[in-house]
Design a protein around this ligand. Structure first.
Ligand code: SF4
Length: 359
């Protein structure tokens, strides 16, 4: 262990990191790599928005594409966790591709809502970031019925035929605070607008934001492990900053600098839903070894949400003589961090501050 310059209090936010949808999407590609033994695998868009996850798959021979036309005819294509529009599915079919759908079921739920309300002849206001992959996919379900609302200011530019046949839906990974500001403004402008049948911002986004909101104010710095194109990771950084605490988004511990920790007595570590836990573990080890960090784990939400293998993958497995029943998605990354800390002889305290659970 190096020279200890700072006696740092390190709070680890629980929950953090991988959500059920990300576990599932990564597992789909893992399972295919296992089954296909060298046969090419193409993934439409980054399977999840994390550069380490993507680079690790590239190292294992997976090819990522942004256009179906870049996939050879007859090959296997995986749709990422963010979902795709029907036009992409159709293009894949026309090319004779075998499509495996790793879309998160909570994104699929928003697609289903969009289809249902568009069929009723309603207009749909989709609150989200126009160029995000998930919004592109959802909008593609009913492009003539959906308008994207990305700010309070953009409400003035909407074209509304009948304000009584109007519903808003949201991207799953928005900041709850930002989304609520837009939704409040929509309700003020269109008092008859309908709300979605259930919240579209997903449990994982909500819980990670709750944890940061609860813990950031007692810290001098918040380190969010995640990539710059990860919507929920960026939102965690913004939420910490909005609470008055400096926050930095880092892809990994290589981005940590002494300047970042100058004057810091308490640091909160969290991770976006697409950030692998081993990157969090490396960051913690660095903070312990270089800065004498003492670790506290603060549990805010308990999560036990799990998704099964997608139907398209199960069918594909059967077509290759593989029984899907024996295969499960493994989800124990926070427990793996306890084993990691124990294995390195790093002590830690657990503070149970649980305010809720997502099952
Ligand atoms: S962040 Fe939410 S919507 Fe996105 S993959 Fe995870 S659970 Fe699904």
């Amino acid at each position: 262990m190096g020279l200890l310059e700072i006696n740092l209090r390190l709070i680890m936010a629980n929950p953090r990191g991988f959500c059920a949808g990300v576990y599932m999407a990564i597992d789909v590609v893992d399972q295919l790599l296992d089954i296909l033994e060298g046969e090419p695998i193409y993934v439409f868009h980054e399977i999840v928005h994390n550069k380490h996850v993507v680079n690790r798959f590239i190292d294992r021979g997976v090819t990522f594409v942004e256009q179906v036309e870049d996939v050879p005819k007859g090959a296997i294509i995986v749709f990422s966790a963010h979902g795709v529009s029907p036009a992409v599915r159709q293009a894949a079919d026309e090319r004779g591709l075998t499509s495996i759908d790793a879309t998160c079921p909570l994104v699929t739920k928003v697609h289903a809502e969009a289809i249902r309300y568009a069929r009723r002849g309603w207009q749909i206001l989709l609150v989200g970031h126009e160029h995000h992959q998930e919004v592109i996919g959802t909008r593609g379900e009913a492009p003539d019925s959906i308008q994207v609302v990305d700010s309070v200011e953009s409400i003035a530019r909407l074209n509304i035929d009948d304000p009584t046949k109007l519903i808003y839906l949201t991207q799953t990974t928005l900041s709850m605070d930002d989304a609520n500001k837009i939704i409040d403004a929509l309700k003020k402008t269109f008092p008859d607008i309908n709300s979605p049948p259930s919240d579209d911002i997903c449990y994982a986004t909500t819980n990670r934001q709750h944890a940061v909101r609860a813990l950031a104010p007692e810290c001098d710095l918040v380190l969010v492990v995640g990539s710059g194109n990860s919507s929920n990771s960026v939102r965690l950084t913004e939420i910490a900053q909005a609470s008055g605490t400096r926050a930095v988004l880092v892809d990994d511990c290589q981005e940590l600098s002494p300047a970042m920790l100058k004057g810091v007595e308490t640091v909160l570590v969290t991770a976006g839903a697409s950030a692998p836990e081993d990157l969090v573990q490396s960051l913690i080890l660095r903070l312990v070894e270089d800065h004498g960090a003492c670790i506290e784990q603060h549990d805010i939400f308990h999560e036990s949400v799990e998704f099964g293998l997608p139907g398209t993958l199960k069918s594909f497995m059967r077509s290759r003589g593989v029984d899907p029943e024996g295969r499960r998605i493994t989800m124990d990354d926070l427990a793996s961090t306890n084993r990691f800390l124990d294995g390195h002889g790093i002590p830690y305290q657990v503070h149970d501050l649980t305010v809720g659970a997502s099952d």
